[in-house]
Design a binder for this molecule. Structure first.
Ligand SMILES: C[S@@+](CC[C@H](N)C(=O)[O-])C[C@H]1O[C@@H](n2cnc3c(N)ncnc32)[C@H](O)[C@@H]1O
Length: 240
């Protein structure tokens, strides 16, 4: 796998450069998660939203790879403190490269600290989902949980995820399900209010729109599953 230099070319890293559209949303996410990083793993939200997402990923990954001895390369985008990658590393699945990417430097630091000393530990990269610093066709699996609603250019980001997958590779994406009353109140009202800025809002893509993003990016065999009642989330999977 070859890393590209794309992550060094972001105009939002250059002082006084014109700020791209969506900069405010990304900046807000970075400062919020920088502030949350040290206590993130002890949050109640772990039980409500994050752990159910890791379980959904694991069921899919296990079903797909359990009979295939070929080691796989996996990238987790918006990896937070790296808990999902730690689960994969500790499982019986034959993983090879495990890489986490996050826009918050503090989240990456916590993730890196957790895996210190572990053999074949995941690697963590501080970067932006919209400009993935990897060559085309670098991964067999790309995962992304509870991070996508922060991305200002969602269709383009799905295309970027598709670009770095090998043919036959899978994108598994989980985010809040806002197509029923409970999900709408939780994600479109409370979480959107907490995570948006006056200059830009986070956006939880509805079920049908998520499917369209995958179709437009060229994914096939698209499947979607919803889980949880009080904090509903949904998984979308596509094959590259
Ligand atoms: C709610 S956390 C989810 C973390 C992890 N996936 C989990 O399920 O525990 C959202 C993460 O997305 C990251 N994030 C937000 N915008 C991002 C972007 N543009 N590129 C990469 N990561 C981003 C945040 O820094 C944060 O760590």
């Amino acid at each position: 796998m070859r890393m590209t230099e794309a992550h060094n070319n972001r105009s939002d890293d250059v002082p006084h450069a014109p700020k791209p559209v969506g900069h405010a949303v990304k900046h807000r996410a970075r400062s919020q998660f920088d502030g949350w990083a040290r206590t993130y793993d002890r949050s109640i939200v772990q039980h409500l939203l994050f752990q159910p997402a890791y379980r959904m990923f694991m069921e899919e990954l296990y079903r797909w790879r359990k009979d295939d001895p070929a080691p796989f390369d996996l990238l987790d985008i918006g990896c937070g403190t790296g808990s999902w990658l730690a689960m994969v590393a500790g499982s019986i699945l034959p993983s090879n490269l495990l890489i986490g990417l996050d826009y918050s430097g503090s989240m990456c630091e916590v993730a890196h600290g957790k895996s210190r000393g572990i053999e074949d530990a995941p690697v963590f990269v501080n970067g932006d989902s919209e400009h993935l610093p990897f060559a085309d066709g670098s991964f067999d699996v790309v995962t992304c949980s509870h991070s996508f609603h922060h991305y200002p250019h969602q269709a383009a980001t799905i295309r970027e995820m598709r670009r770095i997958l090998r043919p036959g590779g899978r994108l598994m994406l989980i985010d809040g399900f806002r197509d029923n009353v409970i999900g709408w109140v939780l994600f479109d009202v409370f979480i959107t209010k907490a995570e948006s800025t006056p200059q830009g809002r986070v956006f939880h893509a509805p079920w049908s729109q998520m499917r369209r993003y995958f179709e437009d990016a060229g994914f096939r065999d698209i499947r979607q599953h919803k889980t949880n009642i009080w904090a509903p989330i949904f998984l979308t999977i596509g094959v590259a």
